[in-house]
Every structure is written in structure tokens, then in C-alpha cells.
Design a protein around this ligand. Structure first.
Ligand code: APR
Ligand code: ZN
Length: 357
């Protein structure tokens, strides 16, 4: 089958049509991919920001149709539609029992599974998925069953960016009605965070991005104000009287914007780090300010979401017109064109590119 392979850092993905799959294990599910989103984290694997050695099938944001299940699988059968979850939700480990499936202890084992075959050798898919392939195999905890009337492109977006961004606003930050919010970065994740803040009832949402076209688009999704980084302080003064925002979310993964996000939150406010930065990048805080400003600084993994309840909730929001997913798809491509999608992302031209299989 066809798949896009990460074979070397800082190089284009290689499209091959001779990739095979392992046998379906007792607890595994085989899924035919319907659509896959192209997320910045895929690019972050290619450029070394997210450590993962090649070779691997890239892609971690996708949805599809179950084609085969192992004999111990109980929650789905062939023909069912599923969203792939890049952290599994095993439901029995301590984090899952604490209702924190985004920290599920099966995440490591899932990401190390090697269900693809290249030249006869086992190779992994990104985060144990590998949605840039026509089909994949994943353990049952890594799938979330959905209704068959949900288009698979819409479902694919929920696999990463939308759950991450909307979840960051609703679950991690806990945006409250009438509050002020600033979101740094208006890609698929940041636009989702803006939508999450709007859904939660924020009265002011400032979108910050270096690209004017992204700021224009952010207004459609609920930003009440927009600013480039240069205009941030003026916007902060206008919106909050200079006090700072109740909630500040970083959706880029850059140490400077992480610092700016902390600074943009008001005293006693909340700063949430959603973007994935490099292991070696450091962010500095003075020992005094951490205490004195009384801010809450939180990381947000997968939108702090319990995928089995949150993904269906997102679909309800979409069905009732409260969450706009269609407008987030800027471009549709075939798998062969995946390298163009990364160039468009780096040029700031797209919110999300979707690969249709
Ligand atoms: N200041 C403001 N905006 C910036 C800056 C900056 N210094 N640098 C980049 N941006 C903007 C880009 O113009 C773009 O609109 O941030 C946005 C990032 O969007 P995408 O590249 O589409 O990334 P996305 O898929 O949304 O992911 C964002 O979340 O899950 C993580 O790994 C992912 O770290 C990445 C982040
Ligand atoms: Zn992603």
C-alpha cells in the first residue's frame, strides 16, 4: 500500500507504494484511513523538534473505517468508523482511572509499536499511528468509535488539532464566561483554542500571529481582536486596561512566545502551554515573579481531554453548529502532494491541509 515515510531529518517525506502491515494482533484494530490532517507536529518530527528516529510512517491526525479486528477486541467491528487517538485511553492505568487519559501509560508502548513493514522490516508509525498511509494497525485503546454520518475529514481534524486546541481552552485553561483570552499562534491548534474560548463564553479573545492573513481568518472563528506581536501591548491595554488577560494560551512551541504568554496573563491569571517546543529550548522566569504574580502556569497535553467523552462532545458541538470544522480545511490534497502541504504550512498559507484517501 501507499504511505509517506520519514526517512531522514530535514528532508522531504518519501512516498512509497510497497509498504505492508503486520498481522492484526489479538487486541489490535486495522483501519482504512479516510482522511488525515497535516499538523505542525508532523513537521516537528521531520525537523527534530519532536525526537523520533527514522524510518517511520508519519501522520497522527486521522479517521477511517475498521477493516479487521483481533479476537479480543470488543468495542468495534469491521465497518465501524473511528477517530484515531494519538494517546490511547486504556481505562485501567492510574492516569486513566484519574480521568486523565491524555496521560495514559500505554502512550509509550503505543508509540513504540512497529506495525508497518518496509522491505520486510518492522517500522513504527508516528505516535503508534502513521495516518499518512492507506491503512494502519493500532491497539483498541487508540481508537474512538463515532457515528457513520460524520464525514471522515471532519473527524480527522478532531484526531489532533481540534481536541488539542478546544481542549486547551475548555479543559486545561477552564475559560470562564465573560473572561478575556489571548491566543498566540493561529494555525489549526490556535484556531481551535479560539473556538474553544468562544464556546466557553469568553467576552474578549485576542488572536496573535505574525501573519496578517491568519489574523483575518481568526476573526471568522471568534477572535474579537487581533494583533501582530508588535501590537500586543496596545491590544492588551485596550482590552484589559493593561492588567493582562484572564487566560493566555501558547499554540506555537517557541520559548519566546511561551515567555510572552506568561507575561500576557494578568496577576492571578492562567497561562497554558499547548505548543511543542524543542527539548533543549529553555524558558526563564525570575524566582520572585513566579511567587509574586500568583499566576497559574499549565502544560496542556492533547487538550487535557478524556478522548472517549470529549471527542463525542466536540462532534455534538459541530453538529449543532457551535464548532466550525469545515472552514478550518484550507486545502485538500492526495498523499503524493504531502510535501507541498508542509511548504504551505511554513509559508503560513493554511490552517489545515487534509489528505483525502
Ligand atoms: N509569533 C506569533 N505567531 C507565530 C510565531 C511568533 N513568533 N511563530 C509562528 N507563529 C504562527 C504561525 O504564523 C502560524 O499561524 O503560529 C502558527 C502555527 O500554526 P501551524 O504551523 O499551523 O501549527 P499547528 O498545527 O497549529 O500547531 C501549533 O501546537 O501541537 C502543537 O506541535 C504543534 O507546536 C505546534 C503547535
Ligand atoms: Zn498534531
Amino acid at each position: 500500500m501507499k504511505a509517506a515515510l520519514f526517512t531522514e531529518q530535514n528532508a522531504d517525506l518519501v512516498i512509497r507504494d510497497d509498504i505492508e502491515l503486520a498481522e492484526v494482533g489479538r487486541r489490535d484494530v486495522r483501519v482504512k484511513i479516510g482522511s488525515s490532517g497535516v499538523c505542525h507536529s508532523d513537521l516537528s518530527v521531520m525537523n527534530g523538534t519532536i525526537p523520533m528516529p527514522p524510518p517511520a510512517v508519519l501522520g497522527h491526525e486521522g479517521a477511517g473505517v475498521v477493516t479487521e479486528v483481533g479476537e479480543a477486541v470488543t468495542s468495534v467491528e469491521p465497518g465501524d468508523h473511528v477517530i484515531l487517538s494519538f494517546t490511547p485511553a486504556c481505562s485501567v492505568c492510574k492516569p486513566c482511572l484519574r480521568q486523565q487519559s491524555f496521560l495514559c501509560q500505554e502512550t509509550g508502548p503505543q508509540s513504540m509499536s512497529t506495525n508497518f513493514r518496509m522491505d520486510g522490516n518492522p517500522i513504527p508509525g508516528m505516535t503508534g499511528l502513521g495516518t499518512f498511509a492507506e491503512e494502519l494497525i493500532v491497539g483498541e485503546p487508540g481508537i474512538v468509535k463515532i457515528e457513520k454520518d460524520v464525514p471522515l475529514d471532519v473527524a480527522a481534524l478532531i484526531g489532533c488539532g481540534v481536541t488539542t486546541g478546544v481542549g486547551a481552552s475548555i479543559n486545561t485553561a477552564g475559560v470562564t464566561p465573560g473572561s478575556s483570552v489571548v491566543v498566540f499562534g493561529c494555525g489549526g491548534v490556535g484556531i481551535s483554542a479560539i473556538q474553544g474560548a468562544r464556546i466557553a463564553g469568553a467576552s474578549a479573545i485576542l488572536a496573535v500571529d505574525t501573519m496578517e492573513n491568519k489574523l483575518e481568518q481568526a476573526k471568522h472563528f471568534g477572535a474579537t481582536h487581533v494583533a501582530t506581536p508588535d501590537g500586543l501591548n496596545d491590544a492588551k491595554a485596550t482590552i484589559t486596561g493593561g492588567e493582562g488577560f484572564d487566560f493566555a494560551l501558547e499554540c506555537i512551541g517557541n520559548p519566546n512566545t511561551i515567555r510572552a504568554t506568561y507575561d500576557a496573563a494578568r496577576m492571578g491569571g492562567t497561562a497554558v502551554i499547548v505548543g511543542v517546543g524543542r527539548m533543549e529550548d529553555m524558558v526563564q522566569f525570575s524566582a520572585f515573579e513566579l511567587f509574586y504574580a500568583n499566576k497559574t502556569l499549565k502544560g496542556s497535553m492533547y487538550g487535557s481531554a478524556n478522548v472517549r467523552t470529549f471527542m463525542p462532545e466536540l462532534l455534538s458541538l459541530w453538529k449543532t453548529g457551535k464548532l466550525d470544522l469545515e472552514s478550518m480545511i484550507s486545502r485538500r490534497i492526495k498523499l503524493d502532494e504531502v510535501n507541498d502541504a508542509f511548504r504551505a504550512m511554513q509559508a503560513g498559507e493554511v490552517i489545515r491541509t487534509v489528505i483525502d484517501f
